[in-house]
Design a protein around this ligand. Structure first.
Ligand code: CA
Length: 287
């Protein structure tokens, strides 16, 4: 079942991304300002300290990494630690920052923002295209979070945590465009956070303050399985390992009282379990 896999003790662990080329898991500690690389074979864990909140890390096809830092998209050279600004958003909203993001099968990076108070719909969803141009795709978002695509790439799933809803859009992969938004699932236990999709097209949702992950059939709208964790703040999840059957789950210590932290010493670690179906492969940034 679910067990603690990486004793990272992150403040706000997030953004797990399986890198099949390197056999490693990338993830971030948003408010701890760190990017991590975990080699599954050697269990070696390395990190880099960055100068701001870092919410997304994905490899680039041409080499190196893309990260979202504050309100900007940056390239990151892992060896030297050099950061280069590619594009930034929302200069008029200094209290906003980027949050969750993911690449589509074309290699575009989709990532959204939130207002740090997490109360008002001041965030937006953006798409960084492979030519490094940025488009705003949605606005009026409160806490932009999990993103995923169906195995046939014709549906995009999206979570604005404040709505407690997993929404679906028709997805045009060739153009990178959304249409036909509809509400798919309402999450009752805790708040929906990160998301992953397995090879059978089932949705996996991390429950912030819900101490669990859940698996859903998006066509029927039914809950298939739930797996509990020994920590309240479950943030995101990603399939990895050589056969994409290992599910890595991030968690947080952020905002928990000393009493809760005493009772949940594993909070902030990365958990793992063997999934009942393999996941879809994660895509690198194509630009
Ligand atoms: Ca998140």
């Amino acid at each position: 079942m679910v067990h603690s896999k990486i004793s990272a003790q992150t403040e706000l662990g997030e953004g797990p991304h399986w890198d099949d080329d390197q056999g490693c898991l990338w993830f971030v500690d948003i408010v701890g300002h760190r990017v991590y690389r975990y080699h599954r074979g050697s269990e070696n864990l390395e990190s880099r300290l960055l100068p701001d909140d870092v919410s997304v890390v994905v490899p680039r096809r041409q080499g190196g990494l893309i990260v979202t830092l504050g309100r900007g998209f940056y390239s990151l050279d892992w060896t030297s630690g050099a950061l280069t600004l590619l594009s930034s958003v929302e200069p008029d909203r200094p209290n906003n920052r980027f949050n969750d993001g993911k690449c589509d099968a074309w290699g575009r990076l989709w990532a959204g923002t939130l207002d740090r108070s997490e109360r008002d719909p001041l965030g937006s969803l953006y798409c960084l295209d492979v030519d490094l141009r940025v488009r705003k795709v949605l606005d009026g978002v409160t806490v932009s979070n999990g993103i995923g695509w169906s195995p046939d790439q014709r549906t995009m799933y999206y979570i604005d945590s404040a709505t407690k809803i997993v929404a679906a859009f028709d997805y045009d992969l060739e153009r990178g465009e959304l249409s036909g938004r509809r509400d798919l699932l309402f999450i009752e236990s805790g708040t929906p956070d990160g998301m992953a999709v397995d090879a059978l097209g089932m949705l996996w949702v991390a429950h912030w303050d819900g101490a669990r992950i859940s698996r859903w059939d998006p066509q029927a709208g039914t809950l298939l399985q739930e797996y509990t964790l020994p920590v309240d703040r479950v943030t995101s999840l990603a399939f990895g390992g050589p056969d994409l059957r290992e599910l890595f789950i991030t968690s947080a210590r952020h905002g928990l009282s000393p009493d809760v932290l005493d009772a949940q010493p594993l909070a902030g670690n990365i958990f793992s379990m063997t999934a009942p179906a393999p996941g879809l492969c994660a895509h690198p940034f194509g630009g």
